[in-house]
Design a protein around this ligand. Structure first.
Ligand code: 5RP
Length: 228
């Protein structure tokens, strides 16, 4: 699924401002997507300038970008904790509840972002909404996809298997799983939907991030708006 909307300048402003939150010695969760990529590049520059940090990537892509940027990397089980995670979102509401997974990386993103003492979402204004309404990405074990599809429909959703844009076949996540984008319309109660999705056998992880986001940096045309 494409996650466009804002301008690259707006994304850059948000990503670069969030990167300024990193202090010497920090372990930093490195998010996935075009907005988080700006934070990763800024952190690479900061490392070049002498900042001591270790990055925990949330995806194959963020690992590759961080490596290229010269950021020393660790896996989550090699660190005692994560001081700060900086990650993008597909939608974020006024209560800082978010939908993630447009880049098919939400399972690992959730593990890293939830482990962080502070989780900062970086976004452009097109991501901010009154109520969550985008289809919710749901990563599923391949063998369970038909059963999960039925369960998602029973939960009131309309699941669509995500297909690869340039290949004839489904998207396969970094974890070797498949992905549904499940349309629930406007999500009135994200916490209870999150509980319902987590309870389905075969669901590896869903893209509803409830009670995890501490701050949102929204890059505008000339500034960064901070929401807490
Ligand atoms: C990946 C994500 C991304 O953070 C989300 O899709 C936002 O991406 P972008 O900053 O490119 O709009 O959740 O799984």
């Amino acid at each position: 699924m494409k996650t466009t909307g804002g301008t690259d300048d707006q994304k850059r402003r948000a990503g670069e401002r969030a990167a300024e939150l990193v202090s010497d010695g920090d372990v930093v969760g490195l998010g996935t997507g075009s907005t988080a990529a700006h934070a990763i590049r800024a952190l690479g520059q900061a490392v070049d300038d002498g900042l001591d940090l270790r990055g925990v990537p949330t995806s194959f892509d963020s690992r590759a970008l961080a490596r290229e940027a010269g950021i020393p990397l660790r896996s989550l089980d090699e660190v005692d904790g994560v001081d700060l995670a900086i990650d993008g979102a597909d939608q974020v509401d006024e209560d800082l509840q978010a939908i993630k997974g447009g880049g098919a990386a939400h399972a690992r993103e959730k593990v890293v972002d939830a482990a962080a003492d502070r989780f900062v979402v970086v976004a452009d204004p097109s991501k901010v909404t009154e109520a969550l309404s985008r289809p919710v990405p749901v990563e599923v074990l391949p063998d369970a996809h038909a059963a999960v599809e039925r369960d998602l429909t029973d939960l009131g959703g309309e699941p669509t298997l995500r297909r690869a844009e340039r290949k004839d076949g489904p998207v396969v996540t970094d974890n070797g799983n498949l992905l549904f984008d499940c349309d629930f319309g406007v999500v009135d109660d994200p916490a209870s939907l999150a509980t319902g999705l987590s309870g389905l056998p075969g669901v590896v992880e869903h893209g509803l991030f409830v009670g995890l986001v501490d701050t949102v940096y929204v890059g505008t045309d000339d500034d960064v708006e901070v929401r807490r």
